[in-house]
Design a protein around this ligand. Structure first.
Ligand code: 13P
Ligand code: SF4
Length: 305
């Protein structure tokens, strides 16, 4: 038996023995996607963990995803196999800067992308994911909105909002910001009939030449619905594993080699260890978790956009 088969077998057995489910983001490696009981985008993962009647959830994704699940489900043990798997964009909000912005702009709604740390969420009015960002911004009563931290998603939202002033923080995701319009155009030249679907964390000039901008779940849905034979996908490369596994009648091309190294810090060995020990559990201070809960609940309650 190969090492991979061995680990799959051990994980399967441990899952049967213990009251535990494994959830995984679409950017996890193929083996981890395969052992996941549920694989999805940030919104789907948050929603799914809420619905699960289970004591222990092994969360294969980056820090903010596991933290959000833990805040929304204080009665469940959310286990993050590698706490160092962190989204760099989530750390791009300086707390002093945000505090002083709020003092100077008390009538501005703070809308934070779920890719933020807990302290930022606790200081926000509502959170959103890429699948409901426009809907969330439309939902707030205030005429002025500060969207943080992703400048690319923020600028994308602004395309659809004409009755509010939307100010955008200067954060970004390196993995998506590095996808160039030139690389996408190069692939379009090679595959002129391909449909182009990109994540809204991409730069505006990349979104401009795309047919659709979608969350990772939206990209998968588009691939299932579309009747084209070829698609150019502007997001993290492991999305290709999910697409090729579930949509067999299409070819998928990725511009460059977009990789989120932090997602890859979750390895099958670490997942196995977490199943054996049911650790490390995500721990968040009660006071900050309570304040972060409301904006997260509002996000889930609003549903997808
Ligand atoms: P999704 O919510 O679309 O899965 O995106 C999460 C993310 O981190 C994209 O980089
Ligand atoms: Fe964060 Fe970008 Fe990785 Fe998504 S792809 S988790 S935004 S660093």
């Amino acid at each position: 038996m190969s090492a991979d088969e061995d680990i799959r077998k051990n994980i399967k057995e441990l899952k049967r023995e213990k009251d535990v489910v494994i959830v995984a983001h679409n950017y996890q490696t193929g083996l981890i996607q395969d052992i996941g009981d549920y694989v999805g985008d940030s919104f789907g993962l948050a929603q799914k963990v809420n619905e699960m009647d289970v004591s222990n959830v092994v969360f294969c994704g980056v820090d903010f995803m596991a933290e959000s699940a833990a805040i929304l489900n204080p009665d469940k043990n959310v286990i993050h196999p590698e706490p160092e798997s962190r989204c760099p964009m989530a750390a791009m909000v300086d707390m002093d800067e945000l505090k002083s912005y709020k003092e100077k702009n008390p009538d501005t709604a703070i809308v934070s992308y779920v890719n933020t740390n807990v302290e930022t969420k606790a200081r926000s009015d509502i959170c959103c994911t890429s699948s409901n960002a426009v809907k969330v911004v439309r939902s707030v009563d205030e005429e002025k909105v500060l969207f943080l931290p992703d400048k690319n998603l923020g600028r994308y939202i602004k395309r659809f909002i004409d009755d509010k002033e939307v100010e955008v923080w200067e954060g970004y995701c390196g993995t998506h910001d590095d996808i160039t319009a030139a690389d996408v155009k190069g692939l379009k030249d090679e595959h002129p009939d391909a449909e182009v679907v990109v994540h809204p964390e991409c730069r505006p000039e990349v979104i401009d030449i795309a047919d659709y901008a979608e969350s990772t779940a939206g990209i998968l849905n588009r691939a299932k619905e579309s009747d084209v034979d070829e698609m150019i996908i502007g997001t993290e490369k492991e999305m290709g594993y999910r697409l090729r596994k579930e949509v067999k009648d299409k070819e998928f091309y990725f511009p460059g080699d977009p990789t989120c190294q932090n997602m890859k810090k979750i390895t099958p060995e670490k997942v196995l260890r977490s199943l054996e020990t049911l650790e490390p559990v995500v721990e968040i201070e009660d006071e900050v978790a309570e304040r972060a809960l409301k904006p997260l609940e509002k996000m889930v309650d609003l549903g997808r956009g």
